[in-house]
Ligand binder design. Structure first.
Ligand code: ZN
Length: 205
């Protein structure tokens, strides 16, 4: 909706975006919009993304907090292109929500490498990712005791993903920051995430 031309009705994804101005290539009409950063809270399966996002949702009115599983549940999820389409929808929805003047944060495990590769990317000033990590034994405990997961393959893939975040700074062209949750209470992790968002917002202006 934010990118729909109200002068000629052009709803195609062919708009040009420069700074915070959208231009319709069909009729030349242009308009301004709220261009804000997009936030991603990531981390391996079992790390506590959903718990953190849920707590964050009720502790601030400054960030719109959502769960990317929404797209997984309603869209195909077999191929890489399916996941690219999910990311496209996520960014399409986000750019519209942001017109209220607040940033959007998604809890999202994967697909970080696709965030820069979609049409709707141009509607954000930046994309910032924060990966929650913890020690391997804590993760194993959380998955087995906390969530009742007995599938060793699942646990191992999660441990590997957690290690990746601890030993890297980017997935392909998407850099990420890291928040070590080891030994922290949920309230402390939520405060860390809020502080991170505030800092990034200030830097992105
Ligand atoms: Zn137009």
């Amino acid at each position: 909706m934010v990118a729909q031309c109200v002068k000629c009705g052009n709803h195609k994804w062919n708009k040009k975006v420069e700074d915070n101005r959208i231009t319709c290539p069909n009729c030349g009409y242009s308009w301004t919009f709220n261009k804000l950063p997009l936030f991603i809270l990531t981390g391996c399966s079992g790390i506590g993304k959903t718990t953190t996002a849920h707590e964050l949702m009720f502790s601030t009115e400054d960030i719109v907090v959502l769960d990317a599983d929404f797209f997984f549940n309603i869209m195909p999820h077999e191929t890489q292109d399916d996941y690219l389409q999910q990311v496209e929808k996520l960014e399409d929805l986000s750019k519209n929500i942001m017109q209220v003047g607040k940033p959007v944060l998604w809890a999202m495990a994967g697909n970080l490498d696709k965030l820069n590769g979609v049409y709707n990317r141009q509607f954000f000033s930046d994309i910032f990712c924060l990966a929650l990590v913890c020690d391997e034994e804590t993760l194993r405990h959380r998955m087995m005791q906390g969530r009742g997961i007995g599938d060793e393959e699942w646990i191992q893939s999660s441990i590997q993903y957690n290690n990746y975040f601890k030993t890297h700074t980017a997935i392909n062209d998407m850099p990420f920051d890291v928040c070590d949750t080891e030994g922290k209470k949920i309230e402390e992790v939520v405060e860390d995430v809020k502080k991170w968002v505030t800092e990034k917002m200030a830097r992105s202006k």
